[in-house]
Design a protein around this ligand. Structure first.
Ligand code: GLN
Length: 259
């Protein structure tokens, strides 16, 4: 946009749009660009069953099904990019995707870099330990070696860089995939793993005689879909979330993956 046009647009807006109202010109509209491209690009980290995981070559899961509804609402194709969890926000802000659906917890820290949709799922950080580990509560993690998935809220909480948490672990071991953290738990290389509750349950189900989840959670949190700051796609996503909730479809999707 050239400067003259920008000034003219600013003037028009200043005259007609009340302060604080959303201001998205046709040129800046993410929705308009998506419709023109005929596709909407979602990024995720497909190592997070039941929200996103691979069935053969295909990415499936709760987030993928919600994303399909978003694409349907926009009348475009859905494209999915599978990348490392801690690359999701940088890659969104580099313009490589339109939204992130990755069981992502809406935190205040992340809100500095992205806008979040309305919440669509309540979750918690769960502690996984060996069945005979002697670790029975979150306090027992003090002084322990804890495995987490890099860049997740479990990582942030256990690392406790700002000192706001109440647990001081001995060391945090970071893995690109939660499954690798659990492998190290199974072989005794870490004392516990802290990850989201449903992925934790899915991983424990695969080794029920060796590991278990504790009833007491580390933290409570909620998942939301992330878009670039100021993106008008957020309104479309919120409409879809509301429609899925109102129609009962959200429950149907979730119950396909969580019994
Ligand atoms: N909910 C956690 C977070 O947002 C983990 C998400 C994930 O690993 N996909 O940090």
């Amino acid at each position: 946009m050239n400067m003259k046009k920008f000034t003219a647009l600013t003037l028009v807006c200043a005259m007609t749009i009340p302060m604080g109202a959303a201001l998205v010109s046709a040129e800046d509209s993410a929705v308009a660009k998506i419709k023109e491209a005929g596709k909407v690009v979602m990024t995720t980290n497909a190592e997070f069953e039941p929200f996103e995981f691979k069935d053969g070559d295909e990415i499936v899961g709760i987030d993928k099904e919600i994303a399909e509804k978003i694409a349907e609402k926009l009348g475009v194709e859905l494209e999915i990019m599978d990348i490392a969890f801690d690359s999701l926000i940088p890659s969104l802000n580099a313009g490589k995707a339109d939204f992130i659906a990755a069981g992502m917890t809406a935190t205040d820290e992340r809100r500095k870099n992205v806008d979040f949709s309305d919440d669509y799922f309540d979750a918690s950080q769960t502690i996984i330990v060996g069945v005979d580990s002697g670790i029975t509560s979150r306090e027992d993690l003090n002084g322990k070696l804890v495995g987490v998935q890099q860049g997740t809220t479990g990582d942030i909480y256990c690392t406790n860089e700002d000192g706001s948490g109440d647990i001081t672990v001995k060391e945090v071991k970071r893995y690109p995939k939660a499954m690798d953290a659990v492998s190290d738990l199974l072989t005794g290389r870490v004392d516990a793993v802290v990850i989201d509750d449903f992925p934790a349950k899915k991983l424990v189900e695969k080794n029920p005689d060796k590991i278990k989840t504790l009833d007491e959670a580390m933290t409570e949190e909620t998942y939301a879909i992330a878009v670039p700051l100021g993106s008008d796609l957020k309104d479309v996503i919120n409409e879809v979330i509301k429609e899925l909730n109102d129609s009962g479809e959200m429950d149907e999707i979730v119950s396909k993956y969580i019994s």
